[in-house]
Design a protein around this ligand. Structure first.
Ligand code: SF4
Length: 485
């Protein structure tokens, strides 16, 4: 399909809207005065008129076309123009495709934050929910889901100490690469030679951030070690350094390790997680169907995940998360239901349900059968009903671009076991100090409300440019946290 713009440059925003209806498609672009004569297109033209400007939107799909237009003020900001384009085009797409996206016209990844903003602006959650339903065309079900999450999050947000920070440590290695992976992660079998150098740099960066935390009197609220699969490498030393810099003397609310792949978890590693103060681990089956795991390139069985879950329990972990993915190729609604039922039977404190990112699925699974959007919606719906009935509450949610069925990832937890890191991070209400390749740092305050530091995604670059990166990081952090020294 062609995205046609004339008289403005809102191509990116139009593409985001179009992806609600054509999530896995690649588009072409045109800036000619007229939309293309042949084929499908999504067109938005803005032309000056005597008392303003005329916005004309048109959509052509499968040989049928619809159009709509309105007069706008002469000088409107881009965000209003985006909203006007969406408002005119969205009903045209719904009519021509017969698709009603569950999140309506919302294209952003954090609908709960948006509902909070609407609620603060209008002073009424009911008004905010009405706006969600009536202006943004969000379904009743998703509006209620976002409102429930907002309510569950509030005490967690309120409990954060003032000026506190979270520490995020990135370990961008995995034992092997899953076929659907959309992260920057390197298989240890191919990139293992980098690991020793990575330890050296990690130690230095933990030391640098530790000094900053101490000098600026920052309170560490949570630590999260993610990846990749952190347990793909020996974490004993990094945990020791983190303990010395961020655990001792800090009122930590939570300390999570993303253990991820069950094939990387050992009795020994879980033992020293406990020793160094880790309070929460994530053991991620993704599916309890062995054929689905095999098709996804995960070299472990459902039983391995169950065994590692019980091992973590035996060694004293009373806060365990399990991740699942709806929409994996070779999975079925029935298979996914069985996975969720089996997870509920294990009784972990939290369960996170992701929807597959279609971009990667398209790259890797062209030859495999993908569950369709309706099936993924059914899976997600089953998870929500089953987990809620079992005493879990949804507590955080985010969407990604190219998600199966344009749905969402939702974290469910038993009351009191919601991950504070996930809530604070998703709400952008706490400074996050990232450490390691691919870890992003964001600092609250400053002109834009939140400042993001340059990050280096790839381990090779991180190692090669380490000294330069650390000098720049220290300079930026000192400037943002209260004046350069
Ligand atoms: S475990 Fe996660 S990060 Fe690692 S390869 Fe698989 S999907 Fe990617």
């Amino acid at each position: 399909m062609v995205i046609h713009t004339y008289g403005h440059g809102r191509t990116y925003e139009m593409e985001a809207l179009l992806k609600l209806f054509r999530p896995a498609e690649k588009f072409t672009f045109s800036t000619e005065p007229e939309p293309p004569a042949e084929g499908e297109y999504f067109s938005a033209v803005l032309l000056p008129e005597t008392d303003g400007q005329r916005l004309s939107c048109a959509v052509k799909i499968g040989g049928e076309s619809r159009s709509s237009g309105k007069i706008l003020l002469a000088d409107i900001p881009n965000n209003i123009l985006d909203r006007e384009i969406s408002g005119l085009s969205y009903p045209l797409f719904c009519e021509l495709t017969d698709i009603q996206p569950a999140w309506g016209m919302l294209t952003g990844i954090r609908p709960v934050n948006l509902l909070r903003k609407f609620s603060e602006r209008t002073g009424s959650i009911e008004q905010a929910k009405d706006d969600f339903r009536n202006i943004w065309r969000v379904t009743e079900e998703k509006t209620q889901l976002a409102a429930e999450i907002l309510e569950v999050q509030q005490p967690i947000l309120n409990a954060a100490p003032k000026d506190s920070v979270a520490i995020y440590v990135s370990i961008p290695f995995c034992p092997t690469r899953c076929k659907y992976c959309s992260f920057v992660s390197n298989s240890v079998s191919q990139m293992g030679r980098l690991v020793d150098d990575y330890y050296v740099c990690l130690a230095k960066e933990i030391g640098l951030v530790g000094r900053i935390v101490e000098e600026y009197g920052l309170t560490v609220d949570s630590i999260y070690i993610g990846g990749g699969t952190p347990t793909a490498i020996d974490l004993y030393q990094p945990l020791d350094w983190l303990h010395a810099n961020f655990v001792c003397g800090q009122p930590l609310r939570e300390y999570t390790i993303e253990a991820g792949r069950p094939d990387t978890i050992t009795r020994e590693s879980i033992g020293f997680f406990r020793q160094f103060g880790v309070t929460r681990i994530s053991v991620n089956p993704q599916s309890f169907q062995d054929d689905v795991l095999k098709a996804a390139g995960r070299p472990h069985t459902a039983q391995d995940a169950v065994d590692k879950f019980y091992l973590a329990r035996e060694l004293g972990f009373d806060n365990i998360n399990m991740d699942f993915i709806a929409g994996l190729p070779a999975d079925t609604v029935e298979g996914f239901r069985e996975s969720i039922d089996r997870a509920v039977g294990l009784d972990p404190e939290s369960i996170t349900v992701h929807c597959l990112s279609l971009k990667k699925a398209a790259d890797f699974y062209q030859s495999l059968s993908m569950p369709d959007a309706e099936a993924v919606a059914e899976m997600v719906d089953y998870a929500q009903k089953t987990l809620t009935a079992a005493g879990y509450r949804p507590y955080y949610l985010y969407r990604q671009k190219n998600m199966a069925a344009n749905l969402e990832n939702v974290g469910y937890a038993k009351p009191g076991f919601e991950s504070a890191y996930n809530v604070m991070m998703m709400d952008d209400s706490q400074t996050i100090l990232g450490i390691g390749a691919g870890a992003s740092t964001k600092v609250l305050g400053g002109r834009r409300g939140i400042e993001r530091l340059t990050e280096c995604k790839y381990p090779y670059d991180y190692l090669a440019r380490f000294d330069e990166l650390m000098q720049e990081k220290e300079r930026q952090l000192r400037a943002l946290l209260g004046g350069a020294q």
